[in-house]
Design a protein around this ligand. Structure first.
Ligand code: BES
Ligand code: MN
Ligand code: ZN
Length: 502
């Protein structure tokens, strides 16, 4: 999708469709009879008359995502005018704008329209608005129906963003380019996550990472079973040993000239290309979804792509631990004891708690490679879905300064995440009689127990853990996003990395 910034007057722009946000300025509760007071969010007075009758008709409720498409709008050079409600003016933020941009794009693309112009609402600072519109539009432009014979591939090719005439065009163009890199990287991740496990084996995932690294100029090493064993990654290998598909340990390095020696940021992703549960096998119902158990790894590959193109002056190492989790005659069994790379012994209570095993060695390895700060992303637990549902990813941190920094980046990126605790009290839950720790504790606090396990391997290195099991995939199609992989966490990670460069 080509993105252009324009400072022209919206009514004078020739386009297939001009999109404008409509906000509700009414005060007071709706249930007490307050009528919506709808107004088009633009300073161009000429855009208002063609929408006036519709807004006055009472046909629009002003609820978020309500759309109306007017053809041949009088007084405009645009062929169509798309009105999209953003809800209450008082509450409207760039978080909403991002979604409105995605929804507008999806409305238009379903009609076979290939290009449109979006009026940046003046209530949001111009640069912030540009970022939200570009990122939101790119999220909307993705559809997962790759293997359908009737795939229409109706992508929008060109987006023009109309900002007010007195904006700094260079700054807005820079923002648009950066957001385009981020949005495209997010879709790159979604492409990887979308692939079924027969077409996205650990080897394929590593190949895709290698190809990406070549394209953007990153160093990339891919190691197989021999190296995993040589490094004594007993936890990672314990999972990998059960599968006929060879595992892959992917190491991507971004070392820009002029970056200081420290910090070195480590991004570690869970790359289980299919999670059957292993010998502690999962029920058949819904198991097909476990192809997305590599979403954390795919997120790190996409984040490294964005970082390589954005070029912040900070060193970053991306690590993906990729393997299937399969039952077989060679598979590890409940009760087995594995020795992790760090030397800690792990009693395997449940072979379905495999993500924390591969990450244990991934995190420790990242520290060995010199990482001073760690972030991992993983579809780690069903329990985080019980705790937070599908709206928020779980965030865990062992360091307050690290958490604050991440939280800020996260707010900037407009992704919903919620912090969960890591108190010492929970350590009880991962005690083992035979070994140092168990890989699966009781059902209660399941997401915390998993994070407590990882904490054993991050030790005193400042570390953030993102449990994206409930948010990496959306089961419902939303106005702004298709059903399927979401690419959650990539934007926050990129913002977080950028925060170290300034
Ligand atoms: N990959 C799953 C977690 C998951 C669940 C991801 C739902 C996406 C959606 C993970 O490997 C797993 O199986 N976790 C177990 C841990 C348990 C055995 C301690 C779980 O959550 O049930
Ligand atoms: Mn599992
Ligand atoms: Zn898993």
């Amino acid at each position: 999708m080509k993105t252009t910034i324009s400072l022209s007057t919206p009514s004078q722009l020739e386009t297939e469709a001009l999109v404008t946000i409509v906000l509700d300025h009414s005060e007071g509760p709706k249930n007490k009879g307050a009528k919506p007071q709808l107004a088009v969010e633009t300073t161009d007075a000429s855009v208002k008359p063609p929408a006036a009758d519709l807004l006055a008709s009472g046909e629009m409720t002003g609820k978020p995502f309500e759309t109306n498409l007017l053809h041949k709008p009088a007084g405009l050079k645009a062929k169509r005018l798309l009105l999209i409600s953003g809800g209450a003016a008082k509450k409207f933020s760039s978080y909403d704008l991002r979604r409105m941009a995605g929804a507008a794009l999806r409305t238009l693309k379903a009609r076979g329209i290939r290009s449109f112009a979006f009026i940046a609402p003046p209530c949001i600072p111009a640069e912030e608005a540009v970022r939200a519109i570009v990122e939101g539009a790119l999220v909307g432009n993705f559809d997962p129906d790759y293997y359908r014979s009737d795939r229409k591939d109706q992508k929008i090719d060109a987006l023009t963003i109309l900002a007010s005439g007195n904006s700094d065009k260079d700054a807005l163009e820079k923002a648009a380019i950066e957001s385009q890199i981020i949005g495209e990287s997010q879709n790159f991740t979604r492409d990887l996550v979308n692939e079924p496990s027969n077409r996205m084996t650990p080897t394929t995932l590593a190949d895709r990472a290698k190809k990406m690294c070549q394209e953007v100029g990153l160093k990339c090493e891919v190691y197989g079973a021999d190296k995993i064993k040589e490094l004594k990654m007993g936890a990672f290998w314990g999972v990998a040993q059960g599968s006929d598909e060879p595992p892959a340990l992917v190491v991507m390095r971004y070392e820009p000239a002029g970056a200081p020696e420290k910090p070195v940021l480590g991004l570690v992703g869970k790359g289980i290309t299919f999670d059957t549960g292993g010998i502690s096998i999962k029920p058949a119902d819904g198991m097909e979804k476990m192809k997305y158990d590599m979403a954390g790894g795919a997120t790190m590959i996409g984040a490294m792509r964005a970082i390589a193109l954005l070029k912040p002056k900070v060193k970053v190492i991306g690590i993906v631990c990729a393997t299937e989790n399969m039952p077989s005659g060679k598979a590890q069994k409940p009760g087995d004891v594995q020795i992790a790379m760090s030397g800690k012994s792990i009693e395997i209570i449940n072979t379905d708690a495999e993500g924390r095993l591969v990450l244990a060695d991934g995190l420790f390895y990242a520290r060995q490679l010199g990482c001073t700060h760690l972030v991992d992303a993983a579809t780690l637990t069903g329990a985080v879905v019980v705790a937070l549902g599908y709206a928020n990813a779980g965030v865990f941190a062992n360091d307050e300064a690290m958490y604050e920094r991440f939280h800020e980046a996260n707010a900037e990126a407009g992704e919903k995440m919620w912090r969960l605790p890591l108190d010492d009290e929970y350590k009880e839950n991962i005690k083992s009689t035979i070994a140092d720790i168990v890989n699966a504790g009781p059902r209660w606090a399941g997401a915390v127990n998993a994070a407590m396990f990882l904490k054993e391997f991050a030790e005193d290195t400042p570390w953030i853990h993102l449990d994206i099991a409930g948010t990496a995939w959306t089961e419902d199609q939303k106005p702004w996003i298709a059903k399927g992989p979401t690419g959650i966490a990539l934007r926050s990670l990129v913002e977080f990395v950028k925060s170290f460069a300034s």
